[in-house]
Design a protein around this ligand. Sequence first.
Ligand code: HAM
Length: 438
Amino acid sequence: MDDFQPVRGMRDLLPEEAENLVSIIDKAKKTAALYGYREVITPVVESFELLNVKSGEEIRARMFVFEDLGRRKIVLRPEFTASIARLITTTLKNEPKPLRIFSVGSVYRYDEPQRGRYREFWQSNFELAGSSMPESDAEILLLTNRLMKEIGLVNYEFKLGHVGILRAILNQEGIDEQTQNAILQKMDKREFDVALELVADKKSRKTLESLINLRELESVSPNPSAIMEKIKQLVEGCEDAAKAVRNLSDILELVHKSGCQIKTVDPAFARGLEYYTGMIFEIYIPELDIAIGGGGRYDRLIEVFRGEPTPAVGVAHGLDRIALAKQMQSQMRNTVTTKSRGRKKRRVIVIPINEAMKDEAIKISELLRKAGVGTELEVMGRKMARALEDADRRKVDYTVLVGEREMKEGKVVIRNLAEREQKTVDIDNLAKILRRQK
Ligand code: HAM
């Protein structure tokens, strides 16, 4: 029989990878606190119906769906937005608005595994419900910008669009919602010819075609205000589309004024999820051609879930891709920085010099931990020389040697493995000394 391996598309995150992910999670939590988002923890499984309503074909076709023992059809959550919308329509329905909700955790999609694309991945998710004002869209962009900065990513770029513009154009001639969804799906995949075919021979086809061409022009020399002007001209006569363009301009202006530069506005930009009604966006870095985050406004989802009509906007950051992005950028800059080395946690191992000193070694380890010094204990029953060899091999910073003679005087020996130095110190001062050591 072959060795057991993780299920296809799933990964084990080994200590370093896990540490990287957790440090990004910590930054997302810090950002949530800074912007007033409170964390909720929802179940990893949801009812199939909840996700089936408005996820969009892209995600619907990739959900892990199964029947539980009670014959309920359930899914592993492919995202957080539906779970949060469910909460807002039920348990949180009487909470005053705006509601700012943060979640972080693993989500599941049956994607084709490749670099940066997994079947289990992590998202940090921010939802702001109750406001349709452009400042709430701007807030979601700004907090994303803050988080990317905090994580240390450079040269990341936002791509911005507005589903309202596209839908307004398609609505003009009564193209039904299902066909509209199919058209937007194709546009999301950049299959513009197929998308245009679905529009058939209608007047909107020409406008849509011009928007698509505009997008190509834009990719050559991005200039958001110039492109906004051109979009405005193109949609003249379609009042709803013009309104959406004004909304996008307002958001852009607010964001720019707060010092976050958006270079790319793409009028033919669509996203795989069906619930979006307004501004949509994604974040990219030059080293990766897949998005490291994305979000947008969804003003009707909560209503579809039988809640009070509640406008909402949000974002999910793809934490695995962000970790990958960070790794790629630090490799490029060749800086596994001194800064991060400086911040590395110090490793201390307490070693009893013989069997009789075991309980004293445990006591000293506990004492150090209580004082906030991360401490490992030698638990392999090895002789001191072997234990030291092992500590050296594992690049431990300090060993604390617990011997009978020193203990009688209330002392232990600290050895700095890198410097090959050792000194005898009072146990009472041990934690203080270890914390001080560089
Ligand atoms: P999404 O664009 O489907 O949006 O996913 C957000 C991010 O999750 C992506 O930008 C990407 O970084 C990451 N991601 C997606 N699929 C994978 C995968 N197979 N492997 C690794 N990372 C992946 C949403 O999920 C919406 N719920 C965002 C939102 C919140 N909109 C409004 N509120």
